[in-house]
Design a protein around this ligand. Sequence first.
Ligand code: C2E
Ligand code: CA
Ligand code: CA
Length: 572
Amino acid sequence: MGIGPGSLEKNDPITGLNLVAWFFEQTQKNPDFFPLLKSTITFFNVMNFKAINQRFSYQGGNEYLCEFRDELLRLFKGEKVLRAGADHLVVISLNLTVDEIGDRIKILKEIMGNSPKGLRNQIKAGIYIVDGSTHKPVIMMDRASLACREVHGIYNKAYEVYDSELAKRHEQKQYVLEHFEEAFEKEYFKVYYQPVVRALTGKICGYEALARWIAPDRGMISPLIFIDVLEKVHLIHKLDAYIIEHACKDLRDDVDSGFAYQPISVNLSRLDFELSDIKKIIDDAVTKYNIPKEYLVLEVTESAFAADLSSLGKVIREFREEGYQVWLDDFGSGFSSFNNLQSYDFDFLKIDMNFLRSFDKTPKTKVILASIVDLAKKLGIHTLVEGVETQEQYEFMKKIGCELIQGYYFSKPLPVEEFHNRRAELCSFDTNESPEERLYYDEIGRINFLDNTPLREKQMDIASDIPIAIVEREDRHYRTIYANDAFLREVHSFGAKDIQDVLKLLWKQNTIEEVQKYYEHLLYTEEHRVTIEYNMMMNNYKINTIVRFLSRMGNKAVYAFMTRNLTLHENL
Ligand code: C2E
Ligand code: CA
Ligand code: CA
């Protein structure tokens, strides 16, 4: 078939693949050319392709594309592989399910990530299952590429499938882009408040201010839609200044009307620090409404620190020194959580709600939540968990000592009028924490129920007070592999220097039958894989020992011992 004048180029000179534009032209011209309506379109994008070109020259970039093409031809054998220009390749498949395509994308990502020219580039993909809702190939392609864009910034996600949700989000973003100026002008933004509750008392002890956009023609738009867009167009600081001003004003109203009032937290975007003098905006607002600084909480999301702004650390220090509270938002959401804790000081750590979304799915979640609370307390930081939706989640968080709770279980974010309507009920100290209670419970909250020495006075002391030793036994020889200070303290207290010394005492002060009995305990714990506890006398002290077999290698067996001098502890 000859290509007539005006027709599109058929093949891409670099990869030799058919070009998408040509391919679509054929499907339009001739319905029998390809059953596009029965196909699934997968759009591939190489992230940071520019970096490959810069590092390996265009020649190297082209080679990378050809490598990529070869893998696609291999993994998607029998399907159409096309080039869409730039670093975009496309597969139009007739025989694969979405899951099968997904599996291949993951393999591809792996292979291309290991390519010598792979840098740390990532392959991202978007899938559109052609469903007949449009007959225009360009729109089909656009949908696949849109789905691909959804995962651009998401490290651990290789692809997305286009669906009605995504379509809706996209449409909303479009709306936001076209209308945000009007929304600022006409003050369509509104502050909603979500109560924060003290786990131990169930009393309200704060509110988080959350932005809403109430569009007259389409109702409420979620910040999950418009925050992103406002950040992209560099207007987020304008919104945040607006929310800060309103939060301070609402707080002033509460104070003036003589009701119980609580600290309000506002969310700060990383860009607020770059695009505006956020410190001055906040200072001006608290001065204007005469708000004590400790009543304004600044929530800085974890991702803000990912950009490594040294100026951010400085401003945060200033905020805290002047009496504002600074909370680390979305802790554990995947950015540099631990770096942040090491490099900056925060008053509260807000545990990301994603953990709770998997609360029932895996027992690991509870361990992780408990470890975060444990860690925070060891560092002297208070904890709050957000997204609590069930009583079970609430009880669990309370049990592990998480101090504050926020979530639908107590209340959704509501407009300020809702709270005013419920004033009588909400604004007494039966349901509200008083400032005295706040100080009182803040101290209680420092106790770490998860620590084995919760009454320890010193923070950041990492040694355990549980006496423990790991002892290896080979025939009749014993060797201490590990013993902590607490264990040695116990041993010293009944007049032994070390484990060898304990054994000597054991032989000297017990009958052969008794020693035999202790030895049998060791055999028993190995055979039955259980922990055994027994008492014995040594230098007239009653010694309690708990032992568990750990492992064996030939003649060598190793045990964990916990030993306590009961006489001494009883006489204390
Ligand atoms: P965030 O700061 O993590 O806020 C918590 C979000 O979780 C809120 O969503 C809240 O409505 C929602 N939420 C609270 N409890 C529950 C629960 O039990 N279950 C579930 N599934 N969700 C719960 P929202 O209001 O849609 O805000 C989303 C995000 O938008 C916020 O996340 C925050 O990062 C950002 N944002 C909201 N308002 C502002 C603002 O004024 N300025 C800036 N820069 N960001 C804001
Ligand atoms: Ca927040
Ligand atoms: Ca959060």
